[in-house]
Write a protein that binds this ligand. Sequence first.
Ligand SMILES: *Cc1c(COP(=O)(O)O)cnc(C)c1O
Length: 393
Amino acid sequence: MSMIPYGKQDISENDISAVFEVLQSDFLTQGPAVPAFESSVAEYCGADYAVAVNSATSALHIACLSLGLGKGDVLWTSPNTFVASANCALYCGATVDFVDIDSQTYNMSVDALRDKLELAEESGSLPKIVIPVHFAGQSCDMREIKTLSNQYGFKIIEDAAHAIGGKYLDKAIGGCQYSDITVFSFHPVKIITTAEGGLATTNDQNIARKLALYRSHGISSDIEDMDDRPEEEIWNYQQIDLGFNYRMTELQAALGISQIKRLDQFVAKRHALAVRYDELLVRLPITLPFQNCLTYSSYHLYPILIDLEQVEKGQKQIYNELIANGIGVNVHYIPVHRQPYYEKMGFSKGDFPESEIYHQRVLSIPVYFGMTFEQQDKVVEVLKIALVKKEGV
Ligand SMILES: *Cc1c(COP(=O)(O)O)cnc(C)c1O
């Protein structure tokens, strides 16, 4: 039996030709495709600068470095995210803390953030950076978070790994109207793919320059950046900081250029599937994903919350039953503070209760561009059987 996965890339003939062409060209890396891809993403999002790298994890790391995060600093993010949103702080020697989620959107709660900032100000432990995560592709309330950043002086990195193609207040996510940097992922389960890949957008020229430096060993070929030395000692490059090799290849960039042409089409199909799920699942004992009217989601995920009081089986049993029937469900996410590595740092069960209650009820059901309505009907049919109600409810 073939599995209907929770997410999957869609590769066209044009995507294949684009990569093939690069293979026969002069540059496999550090050629013209990466800057061309950066321009197309910057243009799509309405951002001034875009820096492409080999993953969103790398982008988050150098985004933190570019904002000066280091030892003794604190970074806050959502517990309902992939571990990379928090790990990036640890790479920089900083410490991580979390802000609990909103029970409707599953994004970082603005009220919880406000309360935590008030306490942190009193104890002199304000964060240097806050990373709101646009969970499932739905933007956080960035206007509110930006207001708090002005008040308390923290920087903002939007983790938009789920959210390229989404909008907030009618503007494309990634325009950085309410943040310093936005980060995207192009992993195959995300909205568009470059196999592995990530990108950071910003409107700040100095941040863009730092991102580009950290991406490639801290080396610059720009005479303006270089250390003032006698003419005989100036060559075509200098290492002026400590960076990494986080570069995206030309093959990946060519795939990205080809994929972004279909981005709106990808998101439109995800919306069509979401609308159908909304209708077909409405009578089941589950909570469907709430949509904030300020946002247009990219629908990276379609998370449903099981009403455990009404349903006969437990979350794990339902999960197993769906898998056994060829439906590739997933749990997004195990709260990061409940990961063994984070518990060893001192976090424990009960620290961020909304994210834990959510986690105990959630299942992400399949949604991706190539999914047919017939496949979706199959998902609905299996769900209806799995979610049989207890007697008497
Ligand atoms: C996928 C993901 C990342 C990491 O992306 P990679 O490109 O795989 O490094 C970071 N944050 C979130 C929220 C993600 O879903």
